[in-house]
Design a binder for this molecule. Structure first.
Ligand code: NI
Length: 225
């Protein structure tokens, strides 16, 4: 499932975060690429211990933990600290797959089930910079408004097209979901959305409680915690 989460950051919070990121100490992105990624990766990043990256990263995690659409779709178990990248002057990231296992700052290893990209620049501020995700139905091109986030399976091959004008500024990170399997996670998300719609249209209907029970019992059967 590929899902856009709108308005993760908005207004003054978005503008302040962006201004801090633009003034931060950007370094060559190859420093953090794996063996395969280093050959196709050409961008800038903030170091993991950069104070701006840490501050804005913590802010992103805090707002996502309170975002009902994100929580319902991702069912997150562990979120890796958000990282930040910047593409300009023709920079690009060729087709690659994200590493399956990553290490948390405390040494624990997490499996990357879902990849997230949060956009900080508006689409009309730069040319190119589309995130192209290979899906079972073909490829999907993603370029969202500032403050919006795209959630997609980490199993996907993906790339960033060259940025030929302006700069593409994003946060990117991974998470391990309580539900490892993308199809099961999509079923639970559809069911949750359906229950919310029923609850809004027929408040107090006994069927809503029954379906909520089914949702939680499926989660109980499938979840890793
Ligand atoms: Ni990637």
């Amino acid at each position: 499932m590929i899902l856009a989460i709108p308005d993760v950051l908005t207004g003054a919070a978005l503008a302040t975060a962006r201004a801090k990121l633009e003034a931060a100490a950007w370094i060559d992105g190859k420093a953090t690429a794996g063996h395969q990624g280093a050959r196709v990766k050409d961008n800038q990043q903030l170091a993991a211990d950069d104070p701006v990256a840490r501050e804005i990263g913590a802010q992103i995690v805090a707002v996502l933990q309170k975002n009902p659409l994100f929580v319902s779709a991702a069912l997150p178990l562990h979120l890796l600290p958000p990282m930040f990248n910047r593409y300009s002057g023709g920079q690009t990231f060729g087709t690659h797959v994200d590493g399956s296992i990553r290490t948390l700052p405390d040494g624990r290893r997490i499996r990357t089930d879902l990849s997230c990209t949060l956009f900080f620049a508006e689409p009309d501020e730069y040319d190119g910079g589309e995130l192209i995700i290979e899906d079972t139905y073909g490829s999907k091109s993603v370029k969202l408004p500032a403050g919006h986030l795209i959630l997609y399976p980490s199993t996907s091959l993906h790339r960033i097209t060259p940025v030929t004008r302006g700069a593409r500024l994003c946060s990117f990170f991974w998470l391990q979901s309580m539900i490892r399997d993308d199809a099961r996670r999509a079923l639970l998300f559809d069911m949750d959305v359906g229950i919310q719609r029923l609850a809004a249209d027929a408040p107090g209907h006994a069927g809503v409680v029954q379906l909520t029970g089914v949702y939680h019992n499926l989660l109980r059967q499938w979840a890793e915690t």
